[in-house]
Design a binder for this molecule. Structure first.
Ligand code: CMX
Ligand code: CO
Length: 146
């Protein structure tokens, strides 16, 4: 049901400075940038491996856009660092339902919009060994032939 790590989310205070750190230290370039107002983030995707078809593995750098957002609250309480891990799946609604049946709290009753038109749901970190976990279905348009 889950075939890959889609991305690792990293909370930061300064997106541009953090992207520059990853560029100069590892050579990872920003493949995509967007603002997701629903999630309260300005974000940059840095492709670590794979191709730009919605199935790559990325780092997702996250800067908050408002003080009451999940990433802003995380920065206040824990500071900068790894915020979540995201697993890729072909059907996020079915995957969330299956995980929900195991007793893990699914935070989104319906999938929300993620990066580049993907569909996402979050799982409660307290039910996942302290790891905030995201499930991601890539947008159809990002899949070759889709
Ligand atoms: N990883 C692990 N634990 C986390 C966490 C994280 N990222 N964020 C919060 N927690 C823990 C806290 O440490 C706290 O634990 P204690 O009770 O032991 O102190 C507990 O969860 C509750 O934390 P809180 O600060 O009161 O935060 P909330 O309950 O208000 O929110 C959460 C926590 C996970 C429900 C909320 O952040 C959420 O809904 N996240 C999903 C959406 C999101 O993160 N969007 C940004 C990314 C968007 C994207 O990837 O595209
Ligand atoms: Co994410």
């Amino acid at each position: 049901m889950f075939s890959r790590i889609d991305h690792v989310g990293i909370a930061c205070r300064d997106l541009d400075a953090t992207a520059e750190f990853y560029r100069r230290t590892y050579g990872f370039e920003v493949a995509h940038e967007e603002v997701n107002e629903q999630q309260g983030v300005r974000e940059a995707m840095l492709r670590v491996n794979g191709t730009d078809d919605g199935h790559a593995t990325c780092l997702q750098l996250l800067e908050p856009t408002r003080p009451d957002s999940p990433v802003a609250k995380f920065l206040d309480s824990r500071g900068e660092g790894v915020h979540h891990i995201a697993f890729g799946t072909g059907d996020v609604a079915a995957a969330a339902a299956a995980v929900g049946h195991t007793g893990v709290r699914v935070l989104d009753a319906e999938p929300r919009q993620g990066t580049s038109g993907s569909r996402i749901v979050f799982l409660h970190p307290k039910d996942c060994g302290g790891v905030l976990t995201e499930l991601v279905e890539a947008a159809v348009s990002a899949v070759p032939g889709g």
